[in-house]
Design a protein around this ligand. Structure first.
Ligand code: PMV
Length: 306
């Protein structure tokens, strides 16, 4: 057991390809960001756990602690505080805090946790908080860092790159709830099973094609695949007027591709840029009410104790 105060950092994420389809067992591509959650933790001699968590609910932390305690038979109480540079843009703060908490618990109790174990424990916790509706892609991103291909069925992760990718991240100005959007797709699937399944499997195929194009740095191809993916997301009903407008402006201003990143209905879109068009895209997006975030995509490092 470790009686010192320990620090763990875990990155946020952005979905590049495959949202929604990954819940139904298809592959997706996700990048870690250079924005992090940092937590500090300590074993305390108190009756209850104590938290000092700035800007979001502690339900994920509590759940991670309870899954870990049960698994390893630990009873000691924990203090955890957190700070974040992720903001409230839907960039994966719950996943990052979940992964960071499990990593912290392993360190506090001197229990070595492989990446796979970290994933399994944090995924068990997240499934409980979100009532079974989560693929775990965001946990894998926070654990592994870089850009990864994540398989929705096997939960296996493969690294694609660890370098910076030329995406702009744009906050649409609207918050959205992932759970609501996931429910929307599930309802659509009940109403129109054939069509929805076809869309989901097309999205999965696009993710595999994008894996290759990203590895080969064929940006024109990556952009086209983003646009194809976005059309399919529109077909699933998870886009809206604000997103459609920002996507169009991005493409009209020289973007190679633009699409929702994540569940849709708000939060962020991503735009693939070349160096020449970047300033024009940024200016036009901001004129239209989008907020270009100061974020580097693909260079986030996986969770670590510092
Ligand atoms: O809204 P986000 O960034 O949490 O992304 C959700 C992606 C989904 O595929 C819709 C959900 C999931 O758990 O994979």
């Amino acid at each position: 057991m470790n009686s010192e105060v320990l620090t763990v950092v875990a990155p946020g994420k952005l979905m590049l390809f495959g949202e929604h389809a990954v819940i139904y067992g298809h592959p997706c591509i996700v990048s870690a960001l250079d924005k992090y959650i940092e937590i500090k933790g300590k074993i305390i001699d108190e009756r209850d756990d104590k938290f000092d968590i700035a800007d979001y609910s502690d339900s994920f932390i509590r759940r991670m602690i309870s899954v870990f305690r049960r698994k390893y038979g630990k009873k000691e109480k924990i203090f955890i505080s957190s700070k974040s540079t992720l903001g409230r843009y839907g960039l994966g703060s719950s996943a990052a805090i979940s992964v960071a908490t499990v990593k912290m618990l392993g360190k506090l109790f001197n229990i070595p946790l492989s990446k796979k174990k970290l994933f399994n424990i944090s995924y068990e916790g997240v499934l409980k908080v979100q009532k079974g509706k989560a693929s775990g892609f965001d946990l894998a991103s926070s654990i592994y860092g870089g850009t990864i291909l994540f398989d929705g069925k096997t939960k296996k992760t493969v690294y694609l790159s660890k370098g910076k990718l030329p995406f702009l991240t744009v906050f649409t100005g609207r918050k959205s709830k992932t759970v609501d959007m996931v429910k929307k797709v599930a309802q659509e699937k009940l109403k129109n099973p054939k069509m929805t399944e076809k869309i989901l499997s097309e999205i999965g195929k696009i993710a595999l094609r994008a894996e290759r194009a990203l590895k080969e740095k064929k940006w024109e191809v990556v952009g086209k695949l983003m646009n194809d993916n976005q059309k399919l997301l529109v077909g699933l009903g998870v886009s809206n007027g604000v997103i459609d407008k920002l996507v169009k402006i991005s493409l009209d201003s020289g973007g190679l591709g633009a699409k929702i990143s994540g569940a849709g209905g708000g939060d962020c879109i991503i735009v693939l840029t070349d160096r020449i068009a970047t300033d024009k895209i940024k200016t036009n997006i901001e004129k239209a009410g989008g907020i270009v975030l100061d974020i580097n995509v693909g260079i986030g490092e996986g969770v670590k104790a510092i």
